[in-house]
Design a protein around this ligand. Structure first.
Ligand code: ARG
Length: 289
């Protein structure tokens, strides 16, 4: 047991019950079109996640699921909320694009202004492509920075817009393994300063950047990553984590974190886990408890 107690902070989360969850299309290597899913089981597993958050002192709000949007359960992708300001998403897959509107409506009703990325880059020399921004799926605030994934979904142009909107330095990280198509499948924030990640998901240069920024990180192996272990949520002390990530769980334990295993195997069939189901609503600094 480490001779210290890790402090935690209550969080405000937004989640979406997988009422219309199914695997109808395949937009990442985990998805097999038409794969059978047990909808009742998916709901039960999701409810256990929400119950675990609440049992540990967190506030969970919910958004009404929309029929015909099977991936809407993955709330993390819908926005990035920092300092009470909301940057709405622009999804790559046409099947998911309508989710942006549903979440925007929720945020507006909850009293937030919703800013969106510009559809096109500012005119600059070089190839102009559409902007994709998949919220917390690819954007991880930690250590006074926003770590920002690219390679499969969110585009580097969106990174530039994230920095401009929030005024927080953005560090771009290149993802190279299609199984880890979102940054939050390969890295999560342990607390305000540190992260856990799977180096094999990143380009050599990005790996080096992570090594320099986080010399004290928990470095996980491929087995833990394939078990959705890095798709975890930490409140600084309790780490809500997939139980199959046994190596990571041991490492967390040794470092004084308290792993809280939560199983979501039905949702893994769509390529999502705990963090994917969780949008964190970060209050303005002065309002934080
Ligand atoms: N089927 C969804 C997709 O491919 C899964 C999203 C998982 N979300 C996440 N934050 N990694 O878009």
């Amino acid at each position: 047991m480490p001779p210290f107690h890790r402090a935690w902070r209550p969080r405000r989360f937004l989640c979406c019950e997988p009422a219309f969850f199914e695997v109808r299309y395949a937009i990442n290597p985990w998805m097999r079109e038409g794969a059978p899913v047990d909808a009742a089981l998916a709901r039960e597993q999701w409810r256990a996640l929400v119950a675990a958050y609440r049992a540990h002192g967190h506030v969970v709000e919910t958004i009404e699921p929309v029929p015909g949007l099977p991936d809407m359960v993955f709330a993390a992708n819908a926005a990035l909320v920092l300092d009470g300001r909301v940057l709405g998403s622009r999804f790559l897959a046409p099947q998911r694009q309508p989710e942006a509107e549903a979440y925007r409506t929720w945020f507006k009703a909850a009293g937030f202004d919703v800013h969106e990325t510009e559809p096109e880059p500012e005119p600059e020399p070089g190839p102009g492509t559409g902007v994709v921004c998949e919220g917390e799926g690819d954007l991880v605030p930690v250590a006074g920075l926003v770590l920002a994934g690219s390679g499969f979904r969110t585009t580097p142009e969106a990174h530039r817009q994230v920095q401009e909107f929030f005024g927080v330095p953005v560090v771009g990280l290149r993802l190279t393994d299609p199984y880890f198509y979102h940054l939050d499948t390969a890295l999560f924030a342990l607390d305000e300063e540190n992260v856990a990640y799977y180096p094999g998901a990143f380009s050599p240069g990005s790996r080096e950047v992570l090594r320099r920024l986080f010399p004290d990180a928990i470095v996980a192996g491929r087995d833990d990553a394939m078990a959705f272990g890095l798709n975890a949520v930490s409140d600084g002390r309790h780490v809500f984590v997939a139980p199959g990530a046994t190596g990571l769980i041991d490492a967390l334990d040794r470092r004084g974190y308290v792993p809280v295993p939560v199983e979501l195997p039905e949702l893994h069939k769509a390529g999502g886990g705990i963090k994917c189901c969780t949008q964190e609503i970060r209050a303005p600094k002065e309002a934080q408890p």
